[in-house]
Ligand binder design. Structure first.
Ligand SMILES: NC(=O)c1ccc[n+]([C@@H]2O[C@H](COP(=O)([O-])OP(=O)(O)OC[C@H]3O[C@@H](n4cnc5c(N)ncnc54)[C@H](OP(=O)(O)O)[C@@H]3O)[C@@H](O)[C@H]2O)c1
Length: 331
């Protein structure tokens, strides 16, 4: 089969021949139709991910058709259209993933390939209202957004939400999910154009985080926020604390802008804020997310679809932050 294989760090991955994976009794072989990029693929390419192991086929998100089932797998899965939960071995504790947790697409070979093998327990039926490209765009970003908003931030109908860096794949899913609950959502972005696009998706407004004192301008326009979802960290994180409402919840899943070093303790404890980290989600989160997407017929926002042989151009686009929504690879 043809696959996108990362053989060396800091160099483009190779589009090369690889062996079709051999399945075990509890696994299935999925013939992939589409895969989607996550920022993780860029971090891995640069060696900036824990537990690096090369060579590896990149890609955490995939959608396709089950072509072969292992001896212990129900035949009902045969020829089913599926998506894959890329969060492997979460473990027993719903509050946090265990030591064995890892993500499909390094160290285990991922979805930028014609085939991927996966244990049956990570298979979910493809939502009927989505085509393969849309379905591939859901899993990693969807479960991260779902857990951040609902499991970790306990978002309630009608609350006011701020989502930072709205151009990101996870951020846009977060916007779509929060809007389903009728929440008023504001966004930040480094691009005014992306803020306009977010408004067309249901955000009430937004502000460019490159402006000096952007948080003061946003407060004037929107006031405080019950829930803030962040993936940037960095020096702007302290401003999120100013923007949080009393008893507000700030949940973050990324550190794109680096370390957080400017938190004034009294601002957190007087307002009784909850600041939480979150990472992807448990199998239960994933099932709830898929149900939520199905029930509300949510369609992810796709920025661009690249043919698999142009995956390197797709990774460069993601690294440059030019996208609005998910970047998809057609297989
Ligand atoms: N812990 C987890 O489970 C988990 C899961 C998924 C992702 N992540 C992490 O979360 C981050 C985003 O992932 P992704 O896949 O959604 O990436 P992505 O699609 O590449 O999006 C990255 C976004 O970060 C935003 N950004 C850049 N600088 C920023 C700043 N100074 N302030 C606010 N936002 C800024 C940009 O938004 P604008 O273009 O609007 O400026 C950009 O679109 C990455 O660091 C990734 O590793 C973690």
């Amino acid at each position: 089969m043809r696959a996108i294989i990362l053989n060396r760090l800091h160099e483009p991955p190779d589009f090369a021949e690889a062996k079709i994976p051999e399945i075990t009794d509890s696994e299935v072989l999925v013939k992939l139709k589409a895969a989607a990029l996550n920022h993780r693929d860029v971090w891995v390419q640069k060696g900036l991910y824990p537990g690096m192991k090369l060579p590896c086929i990149l890609g955490s998100d995939g959608a396709g058709t089950v072509e072969k089932v292992g001896r212990f797998v129900s035949n009902e899965w045969f020829e089913k259209e599926v998506i894959i939960n890329p969060g492997l071995n979460w473990g027993e504790n719903a509050l946090v993933a265990g030591k064995e947790f890892n993500i499909l697409g390094m160290p285990k070979d991922g979805c930028f390939a014609e085939y991927v093998k996966i244990d049956q327990k990570y298979l979910y039926e493809k939502p009927l209202h989505l085509n393969f490209a849309e379905a591939a765009a859901i899993p990693l970003a969807g479960v991260t957004a779902y857990r951040a908003l609902f499991t970790q931030s306990n978002l309630k109908k009608g609350e006011k939400v701020l989502i930072t860096g709205i151009g990101g794949g996870v951020a846009i899913q977060t916007l779509l999910f929060a809007r389903v609950l009728g929440c008023e959502v504001y966004v930040t972005s480094g691009s005014d154009e992306k803020i306009r696009k977010a408004v067309s998706l249901g955000a009430t407004g937004g502000i460019n985080y490159k402006l000096e004192n952007w948080h003061k301008a946003l407060f004037k326009e929107a006031g405080n926020f019950d829930v803030i979802i962040d993936s940037a960290g960095g020096e702007n994180f302290g401003k999120l604390i100013d923007l949080a409402a009393p008893a507000g919840r700030i949940t973050f899943y990324g550190g794109t802008s680096g370390n957080i070093g400017n938190i004034i303790p009294s601002k957190v404890f007087f307002k009784q804020l909850t600041i939480k980290g979150t990472t992807m989600g448990s199998s239960e989160d994933f099932q709830l997310m898929v149900d939520f997407v199905n029930q509300n017929k949510i369609k992810p926002v796709i920025d661009q679809v690249f043919p698999i042989k142009e995956t390197e151009a797709a990774l460069t686009k993601m690294e440059n932050g030019d996208q609005f929504g998910k970047i998809v690879v057609k297989i």
